[in-house]
Write a protein that binds this ligand. Structure first.
Ligand code: MV4
Length: 455
C-alpha cells in the first residue's frame, strides 16, 4: 500500500472537476493541466495547482505525454488520472507513466493494448467463457475466406475493423451480393482511420440493445461488478441518454452478465475501473462487444444507484487496496443521465460553440449536474461539445423520469443552442417512457418543430 499525496489530472472540463472533487474529499492534492484556451476554466481554479501544457490544439497539449510527465515532475505529483478521452486508453501513455515512476490510474499498457484490438479482445473473452457473437476466428486473411464464413453463418453479417470501435470500419451486409463492396469499404475505411485494414466477420444481431457492466479490478485477480447501464439511446455512436438499471435487465440476467464481465476482467488480471459492453438481442441473449478501460462519461448513473464513488474506488485500487470479489453493492432506485451538448437538435445536431450568456442549473432533490460551464463561459470549438450531464435519481424509473422532466424545464442555457429540447421531447416519448427501444431508436425519432420565438 502506498498512499497517493498528489494527483495530476490529465484532462479538462467536467471530468477534471469530477476527479478533483473526490481527491479533495480524500485529502489528496491536485494538479490541473490546461491549454492556453482553457486558462479561465473551472478545473484550473478548483485544483490546488495548475500547469499550462500548450496551445489549444489537443495534439499540442492534452495529448502530449512529454508535457504531462514534465508537469507531474515539476509539481511532484505521484499519480496521473487520465479521465476519459484524450490519453485515457493510450497504452503507450500508461507505459510512459510506469517508466517514469508515476502511477497511471487505470490498467497497464498490455491490457489497454489488448482491449484496443477488438478481434483479439473478443478471442480473449471467448477463451474466458464470455459469450461472443458467432463469426470468424479472429481476423480474416482475404475476401474468399471472409465470404465463406459469411455464407456459413448466414446473412445478415457484419464486417468489423480489428482496430475499430465506434462504428468506424464497420459494415452491415444484408445479402451475398453486397458482400464484396462492404468488405472492401470496411477495409479501406479501417486502413485510413487506424492504419490497419484487418477485419473480422460476425453474425448481425437484429434490434440489439447496448447494455454495459461496470467492473472494478485490483490487478491481483479480484474483480467486482456494479450492475449494468442501458446505453441504447445513441446517435451516430454518440450516447445521449444512459440509465441504471436497464429496463430490460432483471436480477437473473444481471447476475449472468455480471458474472460474465467478471470472468472476462479476471482473465486479464484487470486493474482499475472498466466497462464490459454487451449487445443484448431481442431474445435477451447477450454477447461481448468491447471492453473500455477507463472511467466513462455515464458513470454517475451507476454511482447514484449503488451509492458508490467510482473515482474513489479507482484511486483506492491504484493505492494497492484489494477488491472483494464476493462483494456486490446493492442497487436501489433508478437513475437517468441526459447529456447536454452545445449542438442544435433542430439542425441535425450540428455543433454550436459560442458564449454562454446565461446559465442556471437545476437542483433540488434527486438532481445532480456534472458540468464545468458557467455564465460567461466561452465554449471552445476545439474539444467535445458536452457542456453538462444532468442526472435524475428516483425510487422508480417513472419517478426518475418525472424528476428529469422537471429539471430539464428548469435548466437555462442562453447564448448557444443545446440538446435540452431534444431531451424534453424524448422524455415525453411514449416508446421511451415504456422502455421499449433498441440501438436504432433515434434513427427514426423526429424532432417536433422548433418553437418560433415571440417578440
Ligand atoms: C454489432 C451490431 C449488431 N450485430 N454487431 C456499433 C459500434 C460497435 N462498437 C459495435 N456496434 C454494433 N455491433 C453485431 N454483430 C450493432 C452495432 C451497433 C450499435 C451497437 C451499440 C450501440 C449502438 C449501435 C448502433 C448501430 C450499430
Amino acid at each position: 500500500m502506498s498512499d497517493l499525496q498528489k494527483i495530476l489530472i490529465a484532462n479538462r472540463g467536467e471530468i477534471a472537476l469530477r476527479v478533483i472533487r473526490t481527491c479533495h474529499e480524500m485529502g489528496i492534492n491536485t494538479v490541473a493541466v490546461y491549454s492556453t484556451i482553457d486558462r479561465d476554466a473551472l478545473h484550473v481554479r478548483f485544483a490546488n495547482e495548475a500547469v499550462c501544457i500548450g496551445p489549444a490544439a489537443s495534439s499540442e497539449s492534452y495529448l502530449r505525454p512529454d508535457r504531462l510527465i514534465a508537469a507531474a515532475e515539476v509539481t511532484g505529483a505521484d499519480a496521473i488520472h487520465p479521465g476519459y478521452g484524450f490519453l485515457a486508453e493510450n497504452a503507450e501513455f500508461s507505459q510512459i507513466c510506469a517508466d517514469n515512476d508515476i502511477e497511471f490510474i487505470g490498467p497497464d499498457a498490455e491490457t489497454i493494448r489488448l482491449m484496443g484490438e477488438k478481434s483479439k479482445a473478443k478471442e480473449r473473452m471467448h477463451a474466458a467463457g464470455v459469450p461472443i457473437v458467432e463469426g470468424s476466428d479472429g481476423t480474416v486473411a482475404d475476401i474468399d475466406e471472409a465470404f465463406e464464413i459469411a455464407s456459413d453463418i448466414g446473412f445478415p453479417v457484419m464486417v468489423k475493423a480489428a482496430a475499430g470501435g465506434g462504428g468506424t470500419g464497420m459494415r452491415l451486409v444484408r445479402e451475398a451480393e453486397e458482400f464484396e463492396n462492404a468488405f472492401n469499404g470496411a477495409r479501406s475505411e479501417a486502413d485510413a482511420a487506424f492504419g490497419n485494414p484487418e477485419v473480422y466477420i460476425e453474425k448481425f444481431v437484429e434490434k440489439p440493445r447496448h447494455v454495459e457492466i461496470q467492473v472494478l479490478g485490483d490487478g491481483k485477480g479480484n474483480v467486482m461488478h456494479f450492475g449494468e447501464r442501458e446505453c441504447s439511446i445513441q446517435r451516430r455512436h454518440q450516447k445521449l441518454v444512459e440509465e441504471c438499471p436497464s429496463p430490460i435487465v432483471d436480477q437473473e440476467l444481471r447476475e449472468e452478465m455480471g458474472e460474465a464481465a467478471i470472468r472476462g476482467a479476471e482473465a486479464v488480471n484487470y486493474e482499475g475501473a472498466g466497462t464490459v459492453e454487451f449487445l443484448v438481442g431481442a431474445d435477451r441473449n447477450f454477447y461481448f462487444m468491447e471492453m473500455n478501460t477507463r472511467i466513462q462519461v455515464e458513470h454517475p448513473v451507476t454511482e447514484e444507484v449503488t451509492d458508490c464513488d467510482l473515482v474513489e474506488h479507482q484511486i483506492r485500487v491504484s493505492m494497492g487496496e484489494t477488491v472483494d470479489g464476493d462483494e456486490r453493492p446493492p442497487m436501489e432506485g433508478h437513475a437517468i443521465e441526459c447529456r447536454i451538448n452545445a449542438e442544435n437538435p433542430f439542425q441535425n445536431f450540428s455543433p454550436a460553440p459560442g458564449d454562454i450568456t446565461a446559465f442556471h442549473q437545476p437542483g433540488g432533490h434527486g438532481i445532480r449536474v456534472d458540468t464545468a460551464a458557467y455564465a460567461g463561459y466561452r465554449i471552445p470549438p476545439t474539444y467535445d461539445s458536452m457542456i453538462a450531464k444532468l442526472i435524475a435519481y428516483g425510487k422508480t424509473r417513472d419517478h426518475a423520469l418525472r424528476k428529469m422532466r422537471r429539471a430539464l424545464d428548469e435548466f437555462v442555457v442562453e447564448g448557444v443552442q443545446t440538446t435540452i429540447p431534444f431531451h424534453q421531447q424524448l422524455m415525453n416519448d411514449e416508446r421511451f417512457k415504456q422502455g421499449r427501444f433498441d440501438t436504432r431508436f433515434l434513427d427514426d425519432f423526429e424532432m417536433e418543430e422548433e418553437p418560433v420565438p415571440v417578440g
